[in-house]
Design a protein around this ligand. Sequence first.
Ligand code: IMP
Ligand code: MG
Length: 191
Amino acid sequence: MNDELIRSFAPLTNDVQDVLISPQDIQKRVAEIGQAISRDYLGRNPLLVGVLKGVLFFMADLLREISIPVEMDFIAVSNCTPETRDQGYVRVVKDLDLPIGNRHVLFVEDVIDTGMTLNYILKNLQTRQPASLDVCVLFNKPVHRLIDIPIKYKGFDLPDQFVVGYGLDHKEKYRNLPFVGLLKPHVIRGN
Ligand code: IMP
Ligand code: MG
């Protein structure tokens, strides 16, 4: 089954070792989260905010599972090295288009690893005095967490492994895989 899925996305999957989460499991979980958001935010016209670009796939699928009025907006931050990221520095290169004062903001993230990036952005958004600010993450990697981030909606806990697909990239590639997979070790090592 996994082999068949990997083969059907060749040649993109020539460097993929295994499938960790199937497209069906992702879609099922996204639908459940969408239903929960629709219930919890009824009458509150929530604003879903994401960081480009990894969250694009999750955001698009999640929005189509939400059955109440909802708006979306994006910010973009500079790619920083793991060293600068661990010091908590993030440079915002594109800010939100919409004001968030008194809005119910749900921050949507593809993956949380150390939590440093998200912590910086949440602190920034909090200064704008939203009515509420909560976090929805599809893939959670608890092992490297440096800062505790309260998560309201969570898709999956991931093991301490580098994964690609459904928005997650390795050097900008593999985002368009419909599943979450593991790369062959030599690809991550770069040889
Ligand atoms: P952190 O939570 O500040 O450590 O940063 C999370 C960011 O690291 C995410 O937005 C991704 O860009 C990247 N990241 C973390 N783990 C993975 C992975 O397994 N695959 C691809 N990107 C990852
Ligand atoms: Mg990201």
